[in-house]
Design a protein around this ligand. Structure first.
Ligand code: ZN
Length: 491
């Protein structure tokens, strides 16, 4: 426990340096900061792999039946993560991170120049080395499964394939309906666009985060080009980005990151540093951000509560009706770029990436075939196809960073969020009534009790089953999205 806390403290110092690098660090400090981060990371790795610590974890894991349930969770989860780490020798780890760093730099220029051929050989090397990493961790299993588990413990490609297959079949007709609606007449969705002074936006976002339950005495809200959340114990920092012409940009970034932050602030403080005091998985983390951003933040109930307040801060909004604002918050159309996609089409962007990366890892597809396959799948799923690879296969940094198995966690987050909200509704009654009355704490307390406080007590799929009574299923998500589409069709 003491050792785990010490590791968590070192990791927290590392994360704080990284947070500073993305927010306030002066530009000339880049080199020194990279060195400081490298030194701390090496120190942390050293501490985590001292023979004494490894032996202690092994012994505890062997005597798991003698431990109380909480200690057993800590022993098993710590050993599982440590085993993945220690099977990799230092040379492989170094080679891997060097290739990732180089490929990320190549990706930046390849995307700028729309030059997939420049990145292709690097992607080939990355796929090779990721296969090697997976085989070193566990040669008896499918490489994709091993990599996926780094983000979503207990998940498998087979499980994702069946969830995503069902979701895809349900979403394709929705996308067709959306396209028909958009072809029939324009969507009057401009109510949240116009003149929104940045200072007023900053005040409004602070007020929204606080109303949802974000504790500013244990956190901050700042700005970053790519918004993110850093959780370091009693200090959780969120970032957002502002667009003076479109209130949705900062608001929905803030809601998303506030969701992540509420999870971090809801973790069991007594268990800091241990698996019980850490978030369950990337997918569960994403479920918390997407629940507040989409299901709550785009609802009519949310705007019923916040529109009067928004009108005080932004007098230009006074003329807008509630319906017009809710429609602006739910504007949807098939588009090429994942990070700009609405929640009706978003999951198809993820399903496409999962199918390609799985085929790539399995050796069923060559790197060179990716741009063409990307275009074909975009056409099949969303009815459009990018003219450039910059708007296609080159748009995300994930593959160039070696993050295979990461994409599915975004859609899992949406799936879990809808299941959790349905279970919360069954327990505490109408969420809409609570939200329109501004009673966000009731839902937050429910999430704290059923998700946040449990940390890694359960693996993600098991947590969903325990809390909702069902294994992961896309049906609640589909029903939620169909409701959104029906609202758009009614306008
Ligand atoms: Zn997120």
């Amino acid at each position: 426990m003491t050792a785990l806390r010490e590791h968590a403290d070192l990791a927290a110092a590392l994360h704080l340096l990284e947070w500073d690098q993305e927010t306030f660090m002066p530009s000339a400090a880049v080199e020194a900061r990279a060195r400081q981060i490298g030194t701390l990371a090496a120190l942390l790795h050293e501490r985590q792999t001292t023979p004494g610590f490894l032996q202690l974890v092994d012994e505890l894991a062997e005597r798991v039946s003698e431990l109380d349930p909480q200690q057993a969770v800590d022993a098993c989860e710590t050993k599982w993560r440590l085993d993945r780490k220690r099977r990799l020798d230092a040379a492989l780890v170094r080679e891997r991170s060097t290739i990732h760093a180089q490929a990320r730099a190549i990706w930046v220029t390849a995307r700028r120049d729309d030059d997939f051929a420049a990145l292709a050989p690097w992607l080939g090397r990355i796929v090779e080395i990721e296969r090697q990493v997976a085989a070193t961790i566990d040669a008896s299993r499918d490489a994709y499964d091993v990599l996926l588990e780094g983000y979503e413990p207990g998940a498998s490609a087979g499980m994702i394939e069946s969830l995503f297959g069902e979701l895809r079949q349900a979403l394709l007709p929705l996308v067709n309906r959306l396209r028909e609606r958009l072809a029939a007449r324009p969507l009057p969705a401009g109510a949240l666009c116009g003149d929104f002074p940045l200072d007023a936006q900053r005040r409004f976002n602070q007020c929204i985060a606080a109303a949802l339950g974000f504790d500013f005495s244990r956190g901050r809200l700042d700005e970053a080009v790519h918004p993110f959340t850093t959780g370091i114990g009693d200090d959780v920092r969120i970032t957002t980005r502002y667009d003076a012409r479109d209130l949705r940009c900062s608001l929905y970034s803030t809601l998303h990151e506030t969701g992540h932050a509420l999870y971090e602030q809801g973790l069991d403080r007594e268990a800091w540093g241990t698996p019980r005091g850490a978030s369950c998985s990337f997918g569960i983390h994403e479920s918390q951000s997407r629940l507040w951003e989409n299901q709550i933040g785009r609802s009519e109930a949310f705007w019923k509560h916040f529109l009067p307040n928004a009108c005080e801060v932004f007098p230009g909004l006074v003329a807008a009706s509630l319906d017009a604002v809710v429609l602006a918050a739910n504007e949807a159309r098939p588009s090429l770029i994942r990070t700009e996609a609405d929640d009706i089409t978003y999951n198809l962007h993820i399903i496409l990436r999962f199918e390609l990366e799985r085929a790539l890892l399995a050796g069923d597809v060559d790197v060179g075939a990716l741009p063409q396959m990307w275009r074909e799948k975009m056409r099949a799923y969303l009815g459009l196809s990018p003219d450039t690879d910059r708007e296609g296969v080159l748009q995300d940094v994930h593959w160039a960073s070696g993050a295979f198995g990461y994409f599915p966690t975004y859609a899992l987050g949406n799936i879990y969020a809808a299941q959790l909200l349905r279970a919360a509704r069954a327990d505490i009654g109408s969420i809409d009534a609570l939200v329109s009355a501004g009673e966000f704490h009731v839902l937050l307390q429910w999430l704290r009790r059923h998700v946040h406080r449990l940390g890694q007590t359960y693996r993600p799929a098991e947590l969903i089953r325990v809390v909702t009574g069902e294994p992961p299923t896309p049906r609640p998500l589909f029903e939620y999205l169909e409701g959104r589409l029906a609202f758009i069709e009614s306008t």
